[in-house]
Ligand binder design. Structure first.
Ligand SMILES: *[C@@H]1O[C@H](CO)[C@@H](O)[C@H](O)[C@H]1NC(C)=O
Ligand SMILES: *[C@@H]1O[C@H](CO)[C@@H](O)[C@H](O)[C@H]1NC(C)=O
Ligand SMILES: *[C@@H]1O[C@H](CO)[C@@H](O)[C@H](O)[C@H]1NC(C)=O
Ligand SMILES: *[C@@H]1O[C@H](CO)[C@@H](O)[C@H](O)[C@H]1NC(C)=O
Ligand SMILES: *[C@@H]1O[C@H](CO)[C@@H](O)[C@H](O)[C@H]1NC(C)=O
Length: 426
């Protein structure tokens, strides 16, 4: 059984997605594994950082990793393990390892992601952990994470799935320290949480396209047609960038729309249009151009000295037997395996362009660290991880959310990946 949708299915789904986001789609927004040796390494870290008040983490890091290499299984695995691909593997059943939080222990789960509260009965989908083929993915360690990020700002830059990721991290971290809700804009798209003891900030910087993009409005009504400007980034995130230490970029779900792609004053390309003078493309073309523009901006940003950049790859949706408005649903209760996923799918194509663009930055000379949180393959196996009908929307009964992810749920593994990358030798 293939889970992936055709482009058009995605397109109409995502037109709908737009409407749902207007309906305040967002809603309001584990313990330790690293062991004693890692704690020792982390205390070395604090020792050194306390000697150097401005704490230039990136400069200190190599020294620390030298120390860690003797002790720390994450930062410096044995040589033969170093090449382990964390993102290639399978989900294995692990009932002993409970979810890192519940809907009781995490009060910030948005209503639309609180699947158990909304009536989901099967609970087995939380009892799986991601197992890379050639190594183990260490479990997220909240204490270590908050220590490592002391005084830092971590921003999620992207759409409502980026927000979903931040909400997962917020729940995980809130099990060891209560965050303060310090900022929310009128549409609840930009959000900031602050952990006062560890002085860690989580931010959501909402952007549909990463680049500047506006919907064409006729007589006060949105037309569903967008104009994207590839020589102009969305300043909703760029103006915060110099202030951020870690940025997790993602996007994709807004690109399945009719879009005119501007370069300067010319429109030479579009997505899903049929204009005679304009070359028509699939959504991955626009996604590629958007990531290229964003990475170029990040790489060239002179005032972003301390920034470490992650790209979280495309998160697949899973409508079966229809699309969002034709009764498509996602009611599976367990994952599929690696051999069942389809790497010819458009989801995979969306991931490919993101990987290509990050490789392009690396090839052409990265001025700062770029890392990939390559979730696509793992999530292609998790048709069971979406809210489905259990997203609690009273106005749209009969429609299923097979795009976002339940909390708790398989999306929590994205933070295991994030932690592994933040702590790895680079
Ligand atoms: C948690 O989920 C249960 C169902 O598993 C539900 O009855 C309860 O209302 C939820 N609690 C909260 C605080 O969301
Ligand atoms: C916009 O409104 C004007 C005046 O009410 C009307 O003449 C025109 O047809 C409308 N355009 C569209 C595309 O609906
Ligand atoms: C726009 O089109 C003109 C004429 O075809 C061309 O000379 C110019 O380079 C184009 N500008 C951009 C930014 O592509
Ligand atoms: C498209 O091309 C034709 C012929 O080259 C030209 O007459 C027309 O103005 C162009 N239309 C647009 C929208 O650029
Ligand atoms: C999923 O939903 C479909 C359509 O409502 C139904 O036929 C099927 O039995 C359901 N599967 C499960 C596992 O609940």
């Amino acid at each position: 059984m293939r889970f992936s949708n055709s482009h058009l299915a995605e397109k109409s789904h995502h037109d709908h997605h737009l409407q749902r986001e207007r309906w305040a789609w967002f809603g309001p927004l584990l313990r330790s594994f690293l062991g004693i040796t890692a704690i020792v390494s982390f205390s070395f870290f604090f020792f050194f950082s306390s000697l150097t008040p401005p704490n230039p983490f990136l400069v200190l890091r190599p020294k620390l990793l030298g120390l860690q290499s003797v002790h720390d299984p994450i930062a410096s695995p044995p040589k033969e393990k170093r090449r382990c691909n964390l993102f290639k593997g399978n989900w294995v059943k692990d009932v002993k390892r409970a979810a890192m939080y519940t809907n009781w222990s995490c009060p910030t789960i948005p209503e639309s992601k609180n699947c158990f509260k909304q009536g989901r009965k099967d609970m087995d989908f939380v009892n799986w952990r991601w197992k890379p083929d050639e190594c183990e993915l260490p479990r997220f360690d909240s204490m270590a994470f908050l220590h490592l990020l002391r005084g830092k700002k971590l921003a999620f830059i992207g759409d409502s799935v980026a927000r979903n990721h931040m909400e997962s991290l917020l729940c995980i971290l809130s099990q060891v320290e209560t965050p303060e809700d310090v900022y929310k804009d009128s549409e609840d798209r930009f959000r900031r949480w602050y952990f006062p003891k560890s002085e860690v900030t989580l931010m959501m910087l909402w952007t549909k396209f990463l680049v500047a993009g506006e919907e064409r409005v006729v007589n006060g009504t949105g037309t569903g047609v967008f104009d994207l400007q590839f020589d102009k980034l969305d300043d909703g995130w760029t103006r915060h960038l110099p202030d951020i230490d870690y940025a997790v970029f993602s996007n994709g779900h807004w690109f399945f729309r009719v879009m005119y792609l501007h370069e300067g004053t010319n429109i030479t390309n579009c997505v899903y249009c049929s204009d005679p003078n304009v070359t028509n493309h699939d959504p991955d073309f626009a996604l590629k151009m958007a990531f290229r523009a964003a990475f170029k901006y990040v790489n060239d940003c002179k005032s972003c000295g301390k920034l470490v950049t992650f790209v979280r790859t495309f998160s697949p949706s899973h409508f079966e037997n229809g699309v969002w408005n034709t009764g498509g649903y996602c009611n599976r209760t367990g994952p599929s395996s690696a051999k069942d996923i389809n790497l010819e799918s458009f989801d995979w194509k969306m991931r490919e362009v993101q990987i290509e663009e990050i490789e392009k930055v690396k090839r052409e000379g990265e001025t700062r660290r770029f890392e990939v949180i390559d979730v696509t393959m793992a999530m292609m196996m998790r048709a069971d991880g979406h809210p489905g009908e259990f997203w609690g929307n009273k106005w749209m009964k009969g429609y299923n959310d097979c795009v976002h992810w339940c909390l708790p749920g398989p999306i929590d593994a994205w933070n295991d990946f994030l932690m592994a990358l933040i702590t790895k030798d680079s």
